[in-house]
Structures are given as C-alpha cells and as structure tokens.
Design a protein around this ligand. Structure first.
Ligand code: C2O
Length: 561
C-alpha cells in the first residue's frame, strides 16, 4: 500500500515500477510482471475479513508500460477459487487468448495453476485497469494499468508536476461470493455494498473514524489524476472540494479538454483529469458518491472520502467539504457525457467508420422469469434482444478456433425479436430466451450498434463494455431510437472514443466500430449483477486474409477446463 500512497512523478513512476527489473525502460520493451493471487486479511469499516488479492496488495499493483511495449504477466493461483484476469480496455490485437474473461476466451486458472498473459499495447496511451473476470472476485481483485506515451512523445496537454492513480471501488463487510450466491438462490437482487472506496479506503464514517486515502499536493502545481471506476455495481460522481478538473482523456483515448467540477464515471470507465492546486493551503475532500437514476432503487452505501492535503497544512486542520449531487442527478450526468469529444487532432485522428456494413439494434434490460429452484418462485434476469446469455463450459474462443460444435450458435438476433414500445408500457408476459448465441462479423466490416434501454421492471442506466475494440459514441437520446430522424444528428467528426458507454436510463446510444480484431469478444453490462443475470453476448470476428489478419494460435499454457 505504501507505494500507492505516494504521489509519483512521471519519471519517478517509471523508476518505481521498474526498479526491480533490468534493463531500464526504453521503447518497445518486454515488461515482466508476476501476480501471485493470495488471500489476505484486511480491516475496513472497523471489521475484518479475508479477501482475494494480488501480491497481498489491495488495490493490486499498477501495471506500467509504454505504447508499443509487450507485457507478460504470470498469474499464479494460490486461492481456493478459479481465477482469470481481464486487461480491461487493452485492444488485444490478434491475442484474444490473453483477454481474460472466463469461459469466453479461456478456461479459468484453477487453484495451484498458472497462466502467462502475453500481449502488446498498440495505438493506446492513458489509463486502463485490470480486474478478475470470474465470479464476483473483481470486488477486491483489481488494479490500474498506466500506459505512457512512446518515449519522447509528450502529452497533448501541459505536462503535470506529478501523477496519481485514484481507483474507486466498493466494500462489503460480508463475503462477496456469499452475497451473490444467496441472491442467486432466492432469485432476487443481492445486497448493495456497505461503502465506496478510494484506493481501497472508505475514509472516516460514522462509528469508525479511520483515515482515508490522502494525496499530498503543493500550492501552484498541476497534477494528473488517473481516475478508475472499479466498483462492481455502481456508477459514481467524483468531486474534489474547491477545485475544478480538466478532463483530458477517457478509456485511454485523448479528449478535447474541458472543465468540470463533477466527473461521472461508470464501472469499467477511466478518466484522466488535470487538477491545479490553486489554494494556499488546506485539506479538501475528494469524494466518490453514487449515481443511480432508476426510479425504483435508492442505495444507501457510504460515500468514499479521501483528502487532498496541501503540504504544510497541519493534520488537525478541518477538511473542506463540497455538496454532492443527489443520487439521481441525471442532468449532472447528461451534461458531463455531452461534453466529451475525441481530441481528433492530426496526430490522434478520430477514425469514425463512415460506412456501415452491419446496422444492429440491441435492446438491453431486465426481466422476470419463473424459477422452480428459486426460493421466491421467480428469478430476476437480464437480456440483450431478449436473449439471456448462458455461459458455456469451455471457452468460446477455443470452440471457435478448434471448430468444436455444440458450444455456441452464431445466430444472435440483429434486431429485437419482438418489437414494442421499449421505453413505454411493457408487455406483461415477455419472458426471455436463454442461449449461447454470438453475432458473426467478417474481418474489417463496420458496425453501427444502437443500444436501447428497456423499461422492463424499470428503466436503468447500463454501462456497456465491449472487449477487443474501442467504439465511437456517435449519438444518444431519450426514449426510443428513431432510425429515420436520429441518424441525421449523429456526430461523425469528433465523437468520444471509448470501451465502456453508459446507456441512459430509458434512452439509447449509437456506437460505431470496425471489426479489425479477429477473435471472440465479450460485450456486457459492467454492473456485475446484470452480467450475472445474463446481460451479455459476444461477437465472433472471423480471420481476414493472411497471418497479419488472423488470430494467433493459443499459447501452450492456456488453462484447461
Ligand atoms: Cu471490465 Cu468484461 O470487463
């Protein structure tokens, strides 16, 4: 933890990260990391439990690399759970075997087994993160990925004095696997977490006045905050009392800089923002609080508080707080999302597909199915185009690569099988179908994907994450997508580029991407509870021509099921 508590300069960060390795960092290096997955006893909210960690650290270690580097991470499983790790947002060009979602691109790493994730970082720079991609282990198994620009290439914004990773999470006092297992048995929703965390700490809460995370700053200096939402089930508002933030990058893609006092960040999203320490002295609250605008849910978990601490300020000085947006402050969220634009400079052009080969409309939402084995008699489910995705028992990528029949079908519906007023009154007996169905794309084909929220049970904001690609968010709106009128308003010039998009509650977003990465790519809601309920599917992208456009063969140590 000590290493995470220290504000690091860019140079210092590189030295700190690589001081155990030789040779010193140069461009296009091979970086080796070792992740020992081990149990560790941790105390939060004045209560202790054993959690799954990497190298006894919580949050886990930061992976540092430069654009063009190859990263090899040996993951050794010393815990009694099956484990897999996903490098969230890394494109994994032709290296789907290293993507990490269990039963999608690999079988999990079983206890006492290991696996080396091997990938090259191409065309990306900024902040991403890694997390477990099996069960609910990512509650504590997560850490930052910092991709520095190539050596000698500056940031497209003023060089910060120092940089700081701020990784937001959630803390349950009880065992998280028990929480979701209980819920699955009953068929109902699981408990929400007890508190949010910033770099693993909730901060002082009533009845447990432990110190939170503290970030030292010097008057007059500018800092780059690398903010990551690693929470399981909640979108968050992020604020620093008394300070403005300038957003410069999201999901490892540069944006046009813009100023804001509140950042909205969904699970799976990352945001880089500049903060200038323009006060003389003092202590200022850094807060992470819930954004939840579905009409039927209010959550009561504790807001995480960290401190921005000006050097020289006595620790007895009271902290300045700021008002938090109400939990259901949709306008604050909308204003923030509407401000995001790709940088779209000469050096970093926004390559938005202008022609569309596949035009897809996917409804996303919840549902209720009868359930004989559930104690409540029913089961909350979730679906895309009315398909509740069923996980296979061997990985889809292996089934695809080795032509194993009977694992999946490639008939995922391109449009909702039943058309109705998606955001209006819902048909009363619309149950979902189950299936392991994929949507097949030719190499290099272009896709327009409209994600349409439904009001089934209730409308809700869903952060949808696509593996293997970045997409451009070319349009969004409330209500039902209108295929005649809405495309006329699409931004095909400088739409924001990202890997996770929050589909507005009772609304839609339109995405475009090019299928230039052969393999099997998971797409799901990054609210873990919705993934569990089935809000997931996968794209199968065929090989193109020749080895440069084909999936690499699987590594020898690929785990077996
Ligand atoms: Cu960050 Cu499939 O997940």
């Amino acid at each position: 933890m000590a290493a995470l508590l220290v504000v690091r300069g860019l140079a210092a960060a590189v030295v700190a990260a690589f001081c155990f390795m030789s040779p010193p960092p140069v461009e296009g290096l091979v970086r080796h990391y070792k992740f020992n997955v081990v149990m560790k006893k941790v105390t939060r909210l004045c209560s202790s439990k054993s959690i799954v960690t990497v190298n006894n650290k919580f949050p886990g270690p930061t992976i540092y690399a430069r654009e063009d580097d190859t990263v090899l991470i040996k993951v050794v499983n010393h815990v009694p759970y099956n484990v897999s790790i996903h490098w969230h947002g890394i494109r994994q060009l032709r290296t789907g075997w290293a993507d990490g979602p269990a039963y999608i691109t690999q079988c999990p790493i079983q206890p006492r087994q290991s696996y080396v994730y091997n990938f090259t970082i191409t065309g990306q720079r900024g902040t991403l993160f890694w997390h477990a991609h099996i069960l609910w282990l990512r509650a504590t198994l997560y850490g930052a990925v910092v991709i520095l620009p190539k050596l000698g290439v500056p940031y497209p914004f003023p060089t910060p004095h120092k940089e700081m990773v701020l990784i937001l999470g959630e803390w349950w006092k009880s065992d998280v696997e028990a929480v979701i297992n209980e819920a699955t048995k009953s068929g109902l929703a699981p408990n929400v977490s007890d508190a949010h965390t910033i770099n693993g700490h909730p901060g002082p809460v009533q009845g447990c006045l432990t110190r939170g995370f503290s970030m030292p700053v010097q008057h007059g200096k500018t800092y780059l905050l690398r903010i990551i939402n690693a929470a399981l089930n909640e979108e968050l508002f992020f604020k620093v009392a008394g300070h403005k933030l300038t957003v410069v990058e999201v999901d490892a893609a540069y944006t046009k800089p813009f100023n804001t006092d509140t950042i909205v960040i969904a699970p799976g999203q990352t945001t880089n923002a500049l903060l200038t320490a323009d006060h003389g002295s003092g202590k200022y609250a850094i807060s992470a609080s819930t954004f939840m605008d579905t009409p039927i849910v209010a959550v009561d978990n504790v807001t995480a508080i960290a401190t921005l601490h000006y050097t020289g300020t006595p620790s007895t000085t009271p902290t300045s707080f700021t008002g938090l947006p109400p939990q259901n402050a949709t306008p604050v969220a909308t204003k923030f999302t509407n401000s995001l634009r790709s940088l779209n400079s000469k050096q970093y052009p926004a390559k938005v597909p202008l022609e569309v080969d596949h035009s897809l409309l996917f409804t996303i939402g919840l549902g209720i199915n009868p359930c004989k084995t559930c104690s409540s008699g029913n089961q909350v489910v979730a679906d895309i185009n009315n398909v509740t995705f069923v996980m296979p028992t061997i990985s889809l990528l292996q089934a695809h690569y080795f032509n194993i029949n009977g694992v999946f079908t490639d008939d995922f519906p391109a449009n909702p099988p039943i058309r109705y007023n998606y955001t209006g009154k819902q048909p009363s007996n619309l149950h979902t179908m189950s299936g392991t169905r994929l949507y097949r794309l030719a190499y290099n084909s272009t896709v327009q994907l409209v994600l349409q929220d439904t009001a089934m049970i209730a409308p809700e904001n869903h952060p949808i994450h696509l593996h293997g690609f970045n997409f451009f968010a070319v349009g969004s709106g409330l209500g039902n997508f209108n295929h005649k009128k809405d495309p006329k308003k699409f931004n095909l010039v400088d739409p924001v580029e990202r890997n996770t998009i929050a589909v507005p509650s009772g609304g839609w977003v339109a995405l475009r991407f090019r299928a230039d990465n052969p393999g099997v790519w998971f797409m799901h809601c990054h609210l873990e509870v919705h993934t569990t309920w089935g809000l997931k599917m996968a794209f199968l992208v065929d090989n193109g021509e020749g080895p440069e456009e084909s999936l690499l063969p699987p590594p020898n140590d690929l785990p077996k099921c």
